[in-house]
Ligand binder design. Structure first.
Ligand code: 13P
Length: 256
């Protein structure tokens, strides 16, 4: 973390879990803890149907609500899709883009990710964009090349004034939901390469303003060590964000 230049963010990604009543209960429990956090912004990435309940429960707190996906057009004949403008109208502040589960199960590509990033920024949402390698890419020593390619696509045509609004989440695919965490050194090495790539495109001032999260089996036990690294500015947490107690322990680790 480096609080001088960029925000620390702890974001829970609930994936396809919890209904509106459970959402309200969770946020009621979380509220006093989030209010205590001095340095760290708390974000909850909830299913679409939970957004109204989440925004209502989080009103006047320091908890921000994110969607887990959006469509790049603002409206039109796209059955089953939700646009960024619709999310903004509900009070959503962040949106996850290009999670590896969306790439793996729903056909998202570098191209759709890039379109969605620009669409999110255009309507005032902060994108949390996921990048990360598979185990076979890591074994072939392709991690840094692959992630650099992803970062170049993510930032393609992004205006310099918007760079600091983009949050990058480094989520190695092999660490998601597997209980296998990247070591703090591995997470930091890729975080550093991501920042270096942004620096090559936009320069040092912009690069140091970008928050880079780590995601992949982050939990109350390993959070402190990961968050101590200079290029790990927070976490995108799946499984361990479903229990408020676990999530609060991670939040506390980030706020020290
Ligand atoms: P887990 O924390 O369950 O490994 O999930 C990480 C993730 O995919 C967050 O977006």
């Amino acid at each position: 973390m480096n609080r001088r230049y960029r925000k620390t963010i702890i974001a829970g990604n609930w994936k396809m879990n919890k209904n509106p009543a459970e959402t309200k209960e969770f946020i009621t429990q979380l509220k006093p803890h989030a209010a205590r956090a001095k340095w760290c912004e708390t974000v909850l990435c909830v299913p679409f149907i939970d957004i109204p309940a989440a925004v209502k429960a989080a009103k006047n707190t320091r908890v921000f609500i994110a969607a887990q996906n959006m469509h790049h057009e603002s409206s039109g004949a796209y059955t089953g899709e939700v646009s960024g403008e619709m999310l903004v109208s509900l009070g959503v502040k962040y949106v996850v883009i290009g999670h590896s589960e969306r790439r793996q199960y729903f056909g998202e590509t570098e191209d759709t990710v890039s379109q969605k990033v620009r669409a999110a920024l255009a309507c005032g949402l902060r994108p949390i964009v996921c990048v990360g390698e598979s185990m076979s890419q890591r074994e072939k020593n392709l991690t840094l090349d692959y992630v650099r390619m992803q970062i170049k696509t993510v930032f393609w045509d992004v205006d310099p004034k918007d760079v600091k609004k983009v949050v990058v989440a480094y989520e190695p695919i092999w660490a998601i939901g597997t209980g296998k965490t990247a070591t703090a050194q591995q997470a930091d090495e890729v975080g550093r390469a991501i920042r270096e790539c942004i620096r090559e495109i936009y320069g040092a001032r912009h690069a140091r303003s970008v928050t880079i999260l780590y995601g992949g089996s982050m939990n109350p036990k390993n959070a402190k060590e990961l968050l101590a690294m200079p290029d790990v500015d927070g976490g995108l947490i799946g499984g361990a964000s479903l229990q408020c107690d676990d999530f609060v322990q991670i939040l506390d680790a980030a706020d020290q």
